[in-house]
Ligand binder design. Structure first.
Ligand code: PEP
Ligand code: MG
Length: 583
């Protein structure tokens, strides 16, 4: 039966495919794709783990003291029976062969299918077998974990898979449905096969949503109980424009969305023609459209859509999911240098690590402080770990010898933080000089993303060459709304007069002092905000490459001079959203 689930739209477009539920099981396992040629080995790995569990259970059975309750023996019998059940084993192998899931993922996928069937049963005895199955699967997973290969980034969809597969189900697009995904998980899925994403939790500018947006595929977050209502392999439609997921659509609905999907593709084709068109407004204002990236390889997408530089490289993604083993100076230098060179002489803005809040270093050890968003995050963390920070600064300064590097510092609020940062930067340079290492000049910038920073612009402009407004956090901290919390997402208002006032003042003060001001939060990539930001005087926008052409289209249609009077009226209004709607 068709039903729909509403959430928050994150990335535009329509995806139609089969649902892949990830990590909704209570067992915490790695999810990754294997290569077709690895299918046999993966099935063998699963077989070895299963046999080991069978041995273990049989040993337990034979060693069981005589006075043990008979229920225990019966339970072991049930577990052994489940383990040796051919049809269960066949279905688990199917996930590996047909979907190229790793063995652990195949196990939890089948577990979910069977658990649903058990839950629908009338018979109490059979319903209770659910717990047995969960325990057995957990045992096998624990065995696999012991022998498992480390989780690699999921490989891209192999080109010639049919020869090796039982059928052609891989031709069906897959849509990922999860309760939550960390930004690092999301990044792992970046080069994978998924055609769309839905998560139960999250807000529009949570970092998971940001990474989803960078993948340029339809995504919906904050869809509450999606991962419980959708079943493994259900047909689903994701409408990333409306923030809706439709489950088990009827043929009429499918046809309608198929049409919308094709229209979207045509629109993309049309926008692609703007790639080499300079971003200039009707009244001749040159606008800089820059890219936000998470990994050095993302420069390719940035260049492909005609970005004139990178306005934000979120370096923290190099540090995440490494179980505390942070990248050393050489590894970081290689990454930053690759990013710099990937832009072929255009500016590369490297932001120092912004770890903390919804971007923990290690997903498995999330930040347990009471208010992580208000805690040891970004520059605060860097200053508390000076050796780590110096390593990063040295790597960035060395990469600056290979191109135009702008160094950007996140979350500054205090004069003392600015002073300490500048001192550490001097020290990093001195350390490089002492060992005769080559390094380059950098322009130094500060993120304006805490209201306290936006209220002391003169201090910031005295010390920095440029400013970059992080609207994602500026909105979060101005309005006291957790950007990752879907329950208050309706109050996360980028058009709140207080937010607009801080943005407008930052742009105006920068212009007065002849310093460049950019916006690199999600607002810069929202085509509905382009005219307002132009009207407020913004000339530099940084966003995910997937948004650049749409924003460029808005720029080409705008008259910045005429927009400034209107923008002033919006700024003076108590309810700017109304003015914007009736513009
Ligand atoms: C911001 O806060 O707007 C920003 C660009 O930084 P991040 O989203 O990484 O916090
Ligand atoms: Mg920020």
């Amino acid at each position: 039966m068709t039903f729909s689930i509403h959430g928050i739209p994150v990335a535009r477009g329509i995806a139609i495919g089969r649902a892949v539920l990830v990590a909704s099981s209570r067992v915490d396992v790695a999810h990754y794709f294997i290569q077709p040629e690895e299918v046999r080995a993966e099935i063998e790995r699963l077989g070895v783990a299963r046999d080991a569990v069978v041995d273990e259970l049989q040993r337990m059975q034979s060693d069981m003291p005589k006075d043990m309750p008979p229920e225990l023996g019966a339970m072991l019998d049930v577990h052994l029976m489940l383990l040796q059940d051919d049809s269960l084993a066949y279905e688990i192998r199917r996930w590996i062969k047909e979907r190229l899931y790793n063995a652990e993922w195949a196990l939890v996928s089948q577990l979910e299918v069977v658990v649903r069937q058990f839950e629908e049963m009338e018979d109490d005895y059979l319903r209770e077998r659910k717990a047995d199955l969960e325990q057995v699967i957990e045992r096998v997973i624990r065995r696999l974990k012991g022998a498992a290969a480390p989780v690699a980034a999921p490989p891209p969809r192999p080109a010639r898979q049919h020869d090796l597969l039982l059928d052609d189900t891989l031709d069906v697009p897959l849509v990922l449905v999860a309760h939550d995904l960390s930004p690092a998980d999301m990044l792992q899925f970046k080069k994978s096969v998924f055609a769309g994403f839905v998560t139960d939790v999250g807000g529009k500018t949570s970092h998971t949503a940001i990474v989803a947006r960078s993948m340029d595929i339809p995504a919906v977050v904050g869809a509450r109980s999606a991962s419980q209502l959708v079943r493994q392999d259900d047909w689903v439609i994701i409408d990333g424009d409306a923030g809706v997921m439709i489950v088990d659509p009827s043929p009429i609905i499918l046809a309608e969305y198929g049409f919308k999907q094709r229209q979207g593709e045509l629109e993309r084709g049309r926008l692609a023609r703007l790639k080499n068109t300079p971003a200039v407004t009707l009244d001749g204002q040159k606008i800089e459209l820059l890219a936000n990236i998470e990994q050095p390889g993302d420069t390719e997408a940035a260049v492909a859509v005609g970005a004139v530089g990178v306005g934000l490289f979120r370096t923290e993604f190099l540090f995440m999911g490494r179980a505390g083993q942070l990248p050393d100076e050489e590894e970081q230098y290689a990454a930053y240098r690759a990013a710099v060179e990937g832009m072929h002489g255009m500016p590369m803005t490297i932001r120092t690590i912004d770890i903390g809040a919804d971007k923990p270093l290690d997903d498995r050890r999330p930040d347990t402080h009471l208010n992580p968003a208000l805690g040891l995050r970004a520059i605060r963390w860097s200053l508390s770990e000076p050796a780590m920070f110096l390593t990063q600064l040295r790597a960035i300064l060395r990469a600056a010898a290979h191109g135009q590097v702008h160094l950007l510092i996140p979350m500054l609020a205090h004069a003392s933080e600015i002073r300490q940062t500048l001192e550490l930067l001097d020290r990093a340079r001195a350390q490089l000089d002492a060992r005769g290492a080559v390094h380059g000049r950098v322009l130094l910038g500060a993120m304006i993303e805490i209201p306290a920073a936006a209220l002391q612009l003169r201090l910031f402009l005295r010390h920095f060459d440029f400013l970059s407004i992080g609207t994602n956090d500026l909105i979060q901290y101005t309005l006291a709304i957790d950007r990752a919390d879907e329950s208050v997402a309706h109050l996360y208002d980028q058009l709140h007069p207080a937010v607009l006032r801080l943005i407008a003042d930052t742009i105006a003060e920068g212009a007065r002092q002849g310093k460049m001001v950019a916006v690199c939060g999600e607002m810069a990539g929202d085509p509905e905000m382009t005219r307002l930001l132009l009207g407020l005087g913004l000339r530099s926008f940084s966003m995910h490459p997937s948004q650049i052409l749409q924003v460029k289209q808005e720029v080409l249609r705008a008259d910045a001079g005429k927009l400034s009077d209107w923008a002033r009226a919006v700024l003076e209004s108590d309810e700017p959203a109304r003015l914007l709607a009736g513009e």
